[in-house]
Design a protein around this ligand. Structure first.
Ligand code: GLU
Length: 452
């Protein structure tokens, strides 16, 4: 083991013992650390200044009680989190996730990823993440509102447009952002548009923010495909999920001439050999808020695969590109094997850490192009930063201009990942390219700002 690899291993053992049971956090740290031995050999100053140790300890972690009352008058206690991870490049920035699986370790893994993702955008944003174990499923609008108000009644004191700027993530969309912003405005007594992003376009939101993560993922994937001499045109693709990220990824793949033949939710998947009908999927998921089985019920040519991940569709159809756009660790080694047998040439992550380390290894051994989420899905947070810019200048940009900015940013993220991988002698390794480019930018800023 080289001295750098030894140093990395030492810090990683500390991470495990100081953060017991936080497996997703360990996984996210391990993935970045695996890319760093050569970086530390070239930059001993990072080791001298304990940059790795500092990066594994969030600057601030806030955990709070969220009491709320359901429609029947029963009081519930949820747990709220905000992890203000790293502010070397700008105010903490990152979404809120409302899902029963959310634990402190979940928020820490997401915050850790966010730091490097935000750096890759080239925009002045630090990294943070938050959320709650509240389950929004089957809750009424009034219950969602009361919960959001209770969340913000505690969270507001930690936020600010130059301090910490949340946004959405799983379980937090336009409706929740509205209730959260309203309560912030009421308590703070100021119309501070830039305190949260993902707002409605008539009250400070940016055009394209809703579409940005999905579109950005496909822009990134298209650059990867072009660099390899192909494109989306004529390809068959699978997209997991049916939320914001998935819906707009599907739309963009179709626009670029590909056909998405599978989508999913937590209850199962649909296989639609004619290509997913987006109007119908939107109706089912966004208007009726129903299960994806309802898509298949209304579309005779589609098949519902109950309790099955979308990757199983690759047993029925040849698949060229897979875009995991649902949640962490949703594509495992067996799924990777199914995709490889089906002829997949690229897997690009729209979600945060959706591919397990074993699956990534398997895909790379089979020479499948792999685009890591912290680069590929950076379009969402990048457009949040564009929303902050519009708020700061009290301006609102056209959809065309905003999409052009998003597309340029994703091209830059791709170029940075590709050229960094090349500089380190591992061309085509987007995982290492993203980790090294993000890490060195944050590390240099931390060095410049002293031991804080
Ligand atoms: N939750 C999104 C992400 O994972 C967006 C965060 C933001 O817009 O601040 O990057």
């Amino acid at each position: 083991m080289s001295p750098s690899a030894k140093q990395i291993d030492k810090v990683f053992q500390q991470v495990i013992s100081r953060n017991p049971g936080e497996h997703e956090f360990h996984q996210a740290v391990r993935e970045v650390f695996d890319s760093l031995p050569t970086v530390l050999s070239r930059h001993p100053e990072y080791v001298e200044a304990s940059i790795l140790e500092r990066l594994c300890e969030p600057e601030r972690q806030i955990i709070f009680r969220i009491p709320w009352t359901d429609d029947a008058g029963t009081v519930h206690i949820s747990r709220g989190f905000r992890v203000q991870y790293n502010s070397a490049l700008g105010p903490y920035k990152g979404g809120l996730r409302f899902h029963p699986s959310v634990l402190l370790g979940t928020v820490k893994f997401l915050g850790f990823e966010q730091v490097f993702k935000n750096a890759l955008t080239g925009l002045p944003i630090g990294g943070g993440k938050g959320g709650s174990d509240f389950d929004p499923k089957d809750r009424s609008d009034a219950e969602i509102m009361r919960f959001c108000q209770s969340f913000m009644t505690e969270a507001y004191r930690h936020l600010g447009d130059r301090v910490d700027v949340p946004a959405g993530d799983i379980g937090v969309g336009r409706r929740e952002i509205g209730y959260l912003f309203g309560q912030y405005k009421r308590i703070a007594n100021r119309y501070e548009s830039g305190v949260i992003t993902g707002k409605g376009v008539t009250w400070g939101g940016s055009l394209l923010r809703t579409e940005a993560t999905g579109y950005g993922t496909v822009f990134f994937a298209e650059h990867m495909l072009r660099a390899a001499g192909t494109s989306f045109d004529g390809t068959t693709a699978l997209v997991s999920g049916s939320g914001n990220v998935a819906i707009y990824a599907i739309e963009k793949v179709h626009e670029l001439g590909g056909t998405v033949v599978g989508a999913s939710d937590s209850s199962g998947s649909v296989y639609d050999p004619d290509g997913i009908d987006l109007d119908l999927l939107r109706e089912v998921k966004e208007v009726s808020r129903a299960r994806i089985s309802s898509y298949a019920e209304q579309r005779p040519q589609a098949q519902y695969l109950e309790g099955t991940r979308v990757w199983a569709v690759a047993q029925k159809s040849a698949v060229d590109v897979a875009l995991p756009c649902a949640t962490q660790n949703e594509l495992d080694e067996d799924d990777a094997a199914t995709l490889i047998s089906s002829g997949v040439t690229a897997v690009v992550e729209g979600a945060n850490m959706p591919t397990t380390p074993e699956a990534i290894r398997r895909l790379r051994e089979a020479d499948v192009l792999f685009g890591p989420g912290k680069a590929a899905n950076a379009g969402g947070v990048a457009t949040s930063a564009l929303e902050m810019q519009q708020n700061a200048t009290r301006d609102s940009w056209s959809a065309e201009y905003t999409e052009q900015r998003l597309s340029e940013i994703m091209e830059n993220v791709h170029t940075r990942c590709a050229s960094t991988a090349e500089e380190y002698g591992i061309p085509g390794d987007y995982v290492a390219g993203a980790n090294i480019a993000g890490f060195t930018q944050v590390a240099d800023a931390m060095l410049a700002q002293g031991v804080i």
